[in-house]
Design a protein around this ligand. Sequence first.
Ligand SMILES: [Cu+2]
Length: 394
Amino acid sequence: MKFCTGTGGFTAASLVAAQAIIAGAAAPSTSDYSAAQVADGTAFKNISDIASANMQYSADACTYESASVRAEWRTLDEATRKSFTDAVTCLSTMEPTHMKAEEASDYPGVKSRFDEFVATHINYTMNIHDTADFLAWHRTFIHFWEQDLKNLCGYTGNLPYWNWALDADAPQDSPLFSGDEYSVGSNGKYIDGRSDTWLATMDFSYPPGTGGGCVESGPFVNYTVNLGPLDLPNTDNVNSSFQYNPRCLVRDLNPWFTTRYNTYTNLTETILDNIYIEDFQNYMQGYGSSTNKLGVHGGAHWASGGSMQDFHSSPADPLFFLHHGMIDYTWVIWQNLDNYRRIDAINGTSTLGNDPPSAEMTLDDIVPFGFVADDQRFGDLMDTTAGLFCYRYE
Ligand SMILES: [Cu+2]
């Protein structure tokens, strides 16, 4: 077990650790740490350790010890990284498993098992973002993808995640995108001479990133994206949701976004400064704030470029699943800093921005997974060490 305790030397943090494991004690807040500890990742490491310690007190069939461990990409050995990307390629070249023959004409762009995930996300986009089940739906979506990598493609590891805070200064220099055979594929080929992009929905312009073209080297150099884009600025979007539009995988890693939205300060404040689920989920997605317009969730989507910027078809880039691993990890920490109050905390309806208006969701609602898997009861998706799930992060 690679669970390590803090490096020591910060008494405030050890004090917090001692308090948080007492049932019902308040979760730590930013004021328990210095600004330097928040900015350099020390506070994040500490709250991750506290959340892990708290998880050891739950006594389900799935225990802390038996839970599978999801680790950050760069900590995996080379063989595990390679077997992961090989399994992704397997999924993207495998026939669909859930779409019925008579449905194929309605989903012309669904050519693979991987595409069934993309199509399902496209189908439910307006019911899984800025809704009560944003976090739970995406947790479950990446879980089923991880299960397919294992069960259909022989992957023996666990879903890795991308801690973008480690790369916030310069994501283009991240080891994830080195482009060697143990990376998640390179950045896109650099395209010169591009101008700033006006994002009307966000009311800001952003500069071009460090790539912009097709992924040039590494595992996904021959990968084909079949679906989308539906809502990219400056791009020919498809005319219908499931249109067949085969093309290369595009990336455009852009520090303009990560330096604003994906630093350790952004990440740690997301967890510590939002006590209520409605505030936590809004802050993470950038809703309801004029200063945090994208949140850590939107920030890393926009910072990646290509399909990852497309609201509907973003799972077309395998990087989506590593990013959403980090989003889920962030939620796991938030939940387990005060698990008595937070494991089952939900708030909101089932429509984006409650438009059109819909009923407040409850834990008894059924959450749909389309071509991915059977529909699930919302309340069964809240705890990563119960029901469908038995995993934790380190
Ligand atoms: Cu999504």
